[in-house]
Design a protein around this ligand. Structure first.
Ligand SMILES: Cc1cc2nc3c(=O)[nH]c(=O)nc-3n(C[C@H](O)[C@H](O)[C@H](O)COP(=O)(O)OP(=O)(O)OC[C@H]3O[C@@H](n4cnc5c(N)ncnc54)[C@H](O)[C@@H]3O)c2cc1C
Length: 381
């Protein structure tokens, strides 16, 4: 019998959650991560990630979001870490924009609590925001943010407590499924490991680690920006300035309330539209013209936000052509489960993805609706 039941490659957002759910089900788990615990080289850093339920991307995500919400609370309770903060959320744009119309469709289909606000109501309730006449918003009370670093740390702690063997500074060079259909072999610079099953959560390294599943991934460079607002951070605290996604002229920007000390500033970013890169070639320098572009876009909507630029950090999206995730059993190897292609919107799902991966790896199926994420679907974009 191999020494492990399951090997998990990649202990970032998704892999940390998978390792925990597998270990909690009593399996002998080996987790392999090329960097240190909670690092800034992948996709799970920057202090905040939006979570929302009236999902404009597709109503099919809503049951997963409801389950993720329950699991965030459970993970917080079990780890003693503070991960989830509900601030409410505004999805703003023209009534026909994807951000507004898609959110309204999800809210109605799933009967989610929400308010529809016109431009005057947005200004009255949220004085930092300056919608144009004709812009509207869906406000939902159950939106907010999760802290990615706390999530990864919590899942790693809980996985270790449940008996998982987590190893860092271990870059996986290759993996293979054994020919007789039962077992896998994973090679690092230091050792060769074997197990019954494999779960691969490689983030932006999916194009190299999972080239054989045939999904045309594109890795996209994204930048998160922090500004000290004109007039100070107090008007930007969560009770007046919730998370938001704002669509104008076909572009979306999103942002957060002031979370920490005044000098930490307020975070804002563009959603999508970044340059294609790889984890090796990504330009980690943020250029003045990029800061000027976000200051102009965000400043037109939230005039006091781009006071003084404080700092920025790069990050990567791993996109699929249809921007839906890839979660499922490997098309050729039933003992291998994959989770990747989160296309810039995966973090809010972390704990439920962990649960799904444990279901798929151990039981070969899951009660959760995952048809949208089939690795074998046709990628038409
Ligand atoms: C700027 C930015 C903003 C975002 N905002 C949001 C948001 O507001 N809401 C939201 O829901 N989502 C958001 N996302 C998306 C979300 O953060 C990602 O979908 C999520 O972090 C992906 O997690 P992951 O586990 O796939 O990747 P990662 O957390 O990067 O984990 C992959 C891990 O695999 C490891 N690895 C790779 N190759 C190897 C190897 N050969 N050997 C060993 N280990 C390996 C890596 O080191 C890494 O730790 C955002 C992403 C970015 C970049």
């Amino acid at each position: 019998m191999p020494p492990y039941d399951v090997i998990v490659i990649g202990l970032g957002g998704m892999g940390s959650a998978a390792a925990y759910r597998l270990a909690r089900r009593g399996r002998r788990v080996l987790g392999l991560e090329r960097f240190t615990p909670v690092h800034t080289h992948g996709s799970s850093h920057g202090g905040s990630r939006i979570t929302r339920q009236a999902y404009f991307e597709d109503p099919a995500y809503v049951p997963l979001l409801l389950r993720a919400h329950e699991l965030w609370l459970e993970v917080e309770r079990d780890s003693g870490r503070h991960i989830l903060r509900l601030t409410g959320g505004l999805m703003i744009g023209s009534p026909g924009s994807r951000t507004v119309a898609g959110s309204v469709a999800s809210a109605r289909q799933w009967d989610l609590p929400h308010d529809l606000l016109d431009a005057g109501e947005i200004r009255r309730r949220f004085p930092t925001m300056r919608p144009a006449p004709g812009e509207v918003a869906l406000y939902e009370p159950n939106a907010g943010l999760v802290v990615p670093e706390e999530s990864v740390a919590a899942h790693l702690d809980l996985a270790a407590r449940a008996g998982a063997d987590l190893r860092f500074g271990q870059r996986v060079r290759s993996w293979s499924a054994l020919g007789d259909g039962s077992g896998v072999r994973v090679e690092t610079a230091e050792a060769v490991h074997t197990a019954e099953r494999l779960v691969v959560c490689p983030g932006a390294w999916a194009p190299e680690m999972l080239a054989d599943i045939g999904v045309p991934f594109t890795v996209e460079r994204q930048v998160q920006y922090w500004f000290a607002p004109r007039g100070g951070v107090e008007p930007f605290r969560a009770d007046h300035h919730p998370i938001y996604v704002w669509e104008r002229g076909g572009r979306q920007c999103y942002g957060f309330p002031a979370l920490g000390r005044p000098e930490d500033g307020v975070k804002v970013a563009f959603f999508r539209g970044g340059r294609t890169c790889t984890p090796d070639t990504i330009d980690r320098t943020v250029h003045p013209e990029e800061v000027a572009a976000i200051a102009e876009f965000a400043g037109a909507a939230i005039p006091d936000l781009p006071g003084t630029f404080l700092r920025a950090a790069t990050c990567m999206y791993t996109n699929t052509p249809d921007e839906h995730f890839v979660i499922g059993i490997h098309p050729e190897h039933h003992q291998v489960t994959v989770a990747c292609g989160f296309s810039g919107h995966g973090f809010k799902f972390v704990p439920v993805v962990g649960e799904i991966l444990a279901d798929l790896a151990l039981d070969g199926g899951t009660r959760h609706p995952v048809a949208l994420f089939d690795p074998k679907r046709a990628f038409t974009g």
